[in-house]
Design a protein around this ligand. Structure first.
Ligand SMILES: C[S@@+](CC[C@H](N)C(=O)[O-])C[C@H]1O[C@@H](n2cnc3c(N)ncnc32)[C@H](O)[C@@H]1O
Length: 513
């Protein structure tokens, strides 16, 4: 069934109940709220190199955790983690650019837009929720998985990144298309599959390797136009009509007013808590999601220095700052490990900077990225996965030196290993007596994980978003009749069912004697 002819919510419920795929969740229909009591797994758990899986297993079944949880529960948690990683989070989170419009106003506009996008779809009545602790966040529940969609004979294969984006609401853009049959014409109904192992050659007419169905759509162009065109095409190639997970597409949607950002990433800038007039360093800033948020929290008053090592990515920070009309951001293409001036006078321009130059520093560190969702396969070697801590430490040393006494340093990653998270905190507290761990506001995730030698009180001050702790899935919500306890229940689920993420907040004390 295609756009305009999608099944109604009740059909989706019965689809989910009658499906034979995996463990079937029991579904509760209550005042317009369809709530999955248990997560439904539609995709196999994330596929990792055996050495990487064994490494992660040793992390999530470390001695301290095993003693606390027991081996059965640790094993279950680890399995749940690998399964959650291959599935998308249960909510789409959107940060409202509050310098340009109020959250309330954007909520209304977004609700209208979503209704337009989903007209005739099972979810046309979806509610947009405000987050009670994050005044600039709107949450949109993701509906799915739709397990019984009929497959079309025309198969389009897309790259894994593109497939992941489709599972989060995107249409298929032309550069993401790897293979389509010769007979495909504009207007054809097609089924879209993700090449999760990266084996499909661009331009292939068919692909027999391992692929995962992500939904049905309509081709906007013929195969010939996609692959034989002399110029590089960039627009939508397949317009998704029946995705396996339903989320709105944010392509050109209210782009001056909203920024699509995972919930923990929005939490980071709130935890940093920048104030108007301050001087802030965002040492690894591209594409600028947190930089623009920091500037917005400062009402565009003060100075946000955004640095990144990669020139192309730096352009993206500039574009985002311009698009959101933020003028307090200064962008530099620079290696953060070299950003500390050894001696001499600062030229008044860019990096390197003199010690103790910044009120607050954000180190949103380059990391193994294992918390990203959905991610059905990661072909990185153990060497690659474990290569980040030395770079993170180099950047951390620079960050500490550039921070003024009394200043705040926030360290964050979108990964789940101990070595890049809690162990870095233990290392930092040991090496820099001037650093104290600080409590975080808001604190929506869990505390830090056991196994890095941190005390209970220290772990409590950390914030770990752990997909393995998810027991309840997303929900489809109709706007009416949600009572406050149902909304609280949904928000709790939105706080838990996110990407894997880690945040630590430090203050540099004035006098360490
Ligand atoms: C996690 S991403 C940052 C995301 C960004 N904070 C945001 O919210 O949009 C890490 C970034 O660090 C950059 N990076 C890696 N090594 C770096 C270095 N030595 N100096 C500066 N940036 C670096 C990468 O190019 C990447 O863009």
């Amino acid at each position: 069934m295609l756009r305009g002819g999608g099944p109604c919510s009740r059909e989706i419920v019965s689809t989910l109940i009658s499906s034979s795929c995996g463990r079937i969740a029991s579904l509760v229909k209550n005042a317009g709220l369809l709530n999955k009591e248990k997560m439904i797994s539609v995709f196999p758990k994330i596929s990792l190199k055996p050495e990487v899986e064994a490494y992660l297993q040793s992390v999530f079944k470390n001695k301290e955790l095993l003693t606390a949880l027991g081996s059965e529960q640790s094993e279950m948690k680890f399995d749940a983690l690998l399964s959650r990683l291959s599935h998308p989070p249960a909510f789409t989170s959107v940060r409202v650019h509050t310098c340009a419009a109020s959250t309330d106003h954007i909520k209304k506009l977004l609700t209208e837009e979503i209704r337009k996008q989903f007209k005739g779809w099972p979810m046309s009545n979806i509610a947009v929720l405000e987050h009670p602790e994050l005044p600039d966040v709107l949450l949109i529940p993701v509906l799915g998985p739709r397990l019984n969609l009929q497959r079309h004979s025309i198969e389009v294969i897309v790259g894994a990144q593109c497939g992941n984006a489709v599972l989060r609401g995107a249409h298929v853009f032309i550069p993401g298309i790897l293979s389509a049959p010769k007979r495909m014409k504009a207007g054809d109904a097609v089924s879209v599959y993700s090449d999760i192992c990266g084996k499909c050659k661009r331009g292939a007419v068919e692909f027999m390797g391992s692929k995962t169905f992500v939904g049905n759509g309509i081709a906007e162009l013929s195969r010939n136009e996609i692959f034989c065109s002399n110029c590089t095409l960039r627009g939508v190639g397949i317009r998704m009509a029946e995705p396996v997970y339903i989320s709105p597409s944010f392509d050109n949607l209210l782009s001056r007013f909203v920024f699509l950002q995972n919930l923990p990433s929005v939490v980071v800038s709130h935890v940093l808590d920048p104030k108007p007039g301050e001087r802030i360093l965002d040492i690894c800033a591209a594409p600028g999601g947190k930089t623009t948020h920091i500037a917005a929290l400062m009402n565009d008053k003060g100075e946000v220095i955004a640095m990144d090592k990669i020139a192309n990515k730096v352009k993206k920070i500039k574009q985002n700052a311009e698009n959101l009309q933020l003028s307090c951001i200064k962008v530099f293409c620079y290696d953060g490990t070299k950003a500390l001036a050894k001696e001499g006078i600062w030229d008044g321009q860019g990096p390197p900077f003199l010690p103790e130059s910044f009120d607050r520093v954000l180190l949103d560190a380059p990391c193994s990225g294992l918390g990203q969702r959905p991610n059905m396969a990661c072909d990185w070697s153990l060497k690659e996965i474990t290569s980040y801590p030395p770079l993170q430490r180099k950047l951390f040393r620079v960050a500490v030196n550039l921070l003024k006494p009394g200043g705040t340093l926030v360290y964050s990653t979108c990964t789940i290993t101990l070595a890049e998270n809690e162990e870095q905190v233990a290392w930092a507290l040991d090496l820099f007596p001037c650093l104290h761990l600080e409590s975080q506001e808001p604190h929506l995730g869990e505390g830090g994980m056991m196994g890095a030698g941190l005390s209970y009180d220290q772990r409590k001050l950390l914030q770990r978003f752990d997909p393995s702790s998810v027991t309840e899935g997303g929900a489809s919500v109709s706007p009416s009749d949600l009572n406050s306890s149902q909304i609280a229940h949904l928000i709790k689920s939105a706080n838990r069912d996110t990407i894997g993420f880690f945040i630590a907040k430090f203050v540099k004390v004035q006098d360490v004697s």
